[in-house]
Design a protein around this ligand. Structure first.
Ligand code: ZN
Length: 260
């Protein structure tokens, strides 16, 4: 209890200070959704970012020198997920590790009952009760190509939401049995649809990487929900409604700013 009292006192103190002007420039330049959400949402996002940046242990890997641009951009996309949720600032994620670009990491593969250690090139990872690991190069690509339905930070932090109930199964903690039943029905149907489309080589809005398993499916649909919301609502209305209800946000109704 003392710890949470101290934590709350620290947070109140943090929020009493002005949001740094340099950070605001970063938000406006790098975070396309920030430019189109409501003023009230912008206020909440800035508060969330301040606490998120202050409470995480940030580490640059492979010699990467960390900058405010990296911290603020990553915090902004992670906190965007939280705007309509009850949350504690991803308090189970203690560290954010950033590599300059893709990195090689050992992986365990289960092939015909044999666990093999291999090496993979990775953009990012989310560990259960552990760090989130990200490639800054990949994030920079997301910054320059907003609204294409792909965003690494949204993806990895969606995994962290999924893991809040201690299971990695594509179902984050839900509010009611009714919602859980709808989640199961809609997600199962949409997951099967993506597998069918991928098998027939049909182009899909949702990244076919989502066919890997239910957890990846939830992560890639979250990317679309925030980064290609109108297309998702048009092509997958039931899935959009489900995520709208879960996230408590309606990104398809954000003021739109497409360059084209
Ligand atoms: Zn993933």
């Amino acid at each position: 209890m003392v710890i949470s009292w101290l934590k709350n006192r620290r947070r109140t103190k943090l929020l009493a200070c002005h949001f740094p002007a340099g950070w605001l420039e970063i938000l406006e330049r790098n975070v396309a959704p920030y430019r189109v959400i409501s003023t009230a949402q912008q206020d909440r996002l800035r508060d969330c970012i301040r606490i998120f940046v202050a409470e995480k242990n940030w580490e640059g890997c492979s010699g990467l020198a960390l900058t405010d641009e990296m911290r603020v951009t990553i915090a902004a996309y992670a906190c965007l997920l939280l705007l309509g949720l009850e949350h504690d600032y991803f308090s189970h994620v203690l560290s954010v590790l950033i590599y300059p670009s893709d990195y090689r990491a050992p992986a365990k593969r289960n092939d015909i009952g044999v666990i093999m250690e291999t090496e993979d090139d990775r953009h990012g990872e989310a560990w259960y009760r552990g760090p989130v690991i990200l490639s800054w190069k990949e994030i920079q690509e997301d910054i320059t190509q907003p609204w294409d339905g792909q965003n690494l930070v949204l993806h990895e932090f969606a995994h962290q939401l999924d893991m809040l109930d201690r299971e990695v199964n594509g179902t984050p903690p839900l509010h009611s049995r009714d919602q859980a039943e709808r989640w199961h029905t809609v997600m199962t149907a949409e997951f099967s649809r993506l597998i069918r489309d991928a098998r027939h080589g049909r182009p899909t809005l949702i990244d076919p990487y989502g066919t890997t398993n239910e957890a990846e499916f939830f992560a890639v649909t979250t990317e679309c929900f925030f980064d290609a919301p109108r297309e998702l609502r048009e092509q997958h209305p039931e899935l959009y409604d489900l995520l709208h209800e879960y996230y408590g946000q309606d990104p398809a109704e954000w003021r739109h700013e497409r360059a084209s």
